[in-house]
Design a protein around this ligand. Structure first.
Ligand code: AMP
Length: 275
């Protein structure tokens, strides 16, 4: 396990290439493990980073209550195929006097960006640092955070970062709930209600497959499914262009269905790409 930038640099100096990077905030689950496995299958060295990035939390309580379990994380990362695990402190990621930010434009404005001011600037700043320090050939991100994936891709292209950004599919619980480190914070009743996100996405996908191409109708189908669950408090539902994230009216072509829903103190997101 590596702690400082110097330890990371030393470990990477003679690491066999290609190098795959899997950035995480820890509390690792099978979703993270799937990214590490994928990296294992495509690289000779796999580096996982675990850092709960204070800059990407727009709510202090969410940051403070974010689950942390370093020992279990190191075990799961190793069992999933990571060769190196970097667990920096805040001062290792943001050295003394730090004053740089990376901000992506219009893609960061809707959806998660509108709901969580400052979130994406925190994400792109830390990911730029991680990509710079690791100099990886490939970096692995989950489709679970679909907007994050688009924003990171845009940033890497815009800044000429040589690391290829690889998208990995969403890993779900048997009842359809997307795996998330925040799921452990749900009460038993909230946990039982949470698969409604998946049901809402599938309801909209169902009418899409039957030929519906009005974004308004797909959003209405998701809202209707969510309304059937009293513990679910939707923050947004979206049927948008999967590249620009601009909301669809009548459309022709692919779409990204996505939503953020609160259950008590816990905020969950999920999405479904339509071909
Ligand atoms: P996090 O630790 O939540 O920042 O997530 C680290 C990476 O794991 C991100 O690229 C996420 O999109 C990805 N990830 C989180 N949950 C899942 C999941 N259920 N399936 C696939 N990837 C995931």
């Amino acid at each position: 396990m590596l702690r400082t930038r110097a330890e990371l640099r030393a470990a990477l100096e003679h690491a066999p290439r290609p190098l795959g990077l899997v950035p995480t905030m820890g509390a690792l689950h099978e979703g993270h493990a799937s990214l590490i496995w994928r990296a294992r299958s495509e690289n000779r060295t796999v580096l996982t980073t675990i850092f709960v990035n204070p800059r990407q939390f727009n709510e202090t309580s969410d940051f403070e209550k974010y689950p942390r379990n370093e020992a279990a994380d190191v075990r799961l990362a190793g069992a999933s195929g990571a060769d190196l695990v970097w667990i920096p402190g805040v001062e290792d990621v943001y050295p003394d006097g730090f004053q740089t930010a990376v901000r992506v434009g219009a893609l960061t404005e809707p959806l998660e960006g509108a709901a969580r001011p400052g979130h994406f600037e925190g994400v792109t700043t830390v990911v730029a640092i991680l990509l710079g320090l690791a100099g990886a050939d490939h970096a692995y991100f989950g489709q679970k955070d679909a907007q994050q994936l688009l924003v990171v891709r845009r940033m890497a292209r815009d800044l000429g970062i040589g690391t290829a950004i690889v998208a990995c599919p969403i890993v779900r619980e048997p009842d359809g709930l997307a795996m998330s480190s925040r799921n452990v914070r749900l009460t038993a009743d909230e946990r039982a209600a949470a698969p409604v996100l998946r049901r809402a996405l599938l309801a909209a996908r169902g009418i899409y497959e039957a030929g519906e191409r009005d974004g308004e109708k797909l959003r209405a189908a998701m809202n209707a499914a969510l309304a059937a669950e009293p513990l679910a408090h939707p923050e947004y539902v979206s049927c948008a262009d999967p590249e620009t994230l601009i909301e669809h009216g009548i459309f022709d072509g692919p779409a990204l269905l996505s939503m953020a829903v609160r259950f008590g103190a816990v905020r969950l997101i999920d999405n479904e790409p339509l071909p």
